[in-house]
Design a binder for this molecule. Structure first.
Ligand code: ZN
Length: 117
């Protein structure tokens, strides 16, 4: 079944947000997530969502689709696109964020790799 972007209501605010889905089960799972705006408000019960990585959402980000993604998913997409030698400004355009955010994600990713070494 081809993957697509669907409007799914946020768990917290109920506002429909674009989410990557390829099967009905995924749409239901996606509906159990808060949107990026709610996550970024940073209330403690939402913190775990900001660390969640859904591979399909990362694929959509890498492909340049506008989807509701967690900060961890954006960081993963930045890591993949950086490995493909895209510039910070090209990545920023692709995943719909600022160049400064791409640089921030890259710095955090490098720190994670350094800590693991
Ligand atoms: Zn929300």
């Amino acid at each position: 079944m081809p993957a697509r972007v669907e409007q799914v209501p946020c768990l917290v605010c109920g506002v429909p947000r674009p989410i990557a889905v390829s099967a009905p089960a995924e749409a239901r799972r996606a509906a159990a997530r808060p949107c990026r705006k709610c996550i970024n408000r940073g209330r403690s019960p939402l913190q775990r969502w900001s660390q969640e990585v859904d591979d399909l959402t990362v694929q959509f980000l890498v492909a340049g689709a506008r989807v509701n993604a967690t900060p961890a998913e954006r960081r993963e997409a930045v890591a993949i696109l950086t490995a493909r030698r895209l510039s910070a400004s090209a990545i920023a355009k692709r995943i719909n964020c600022t160049q400064r955010t791409v640089e921030r994600h890259r710095a955090r990713h490098r720190a994670t790799l350094a800590a693991a070494a």
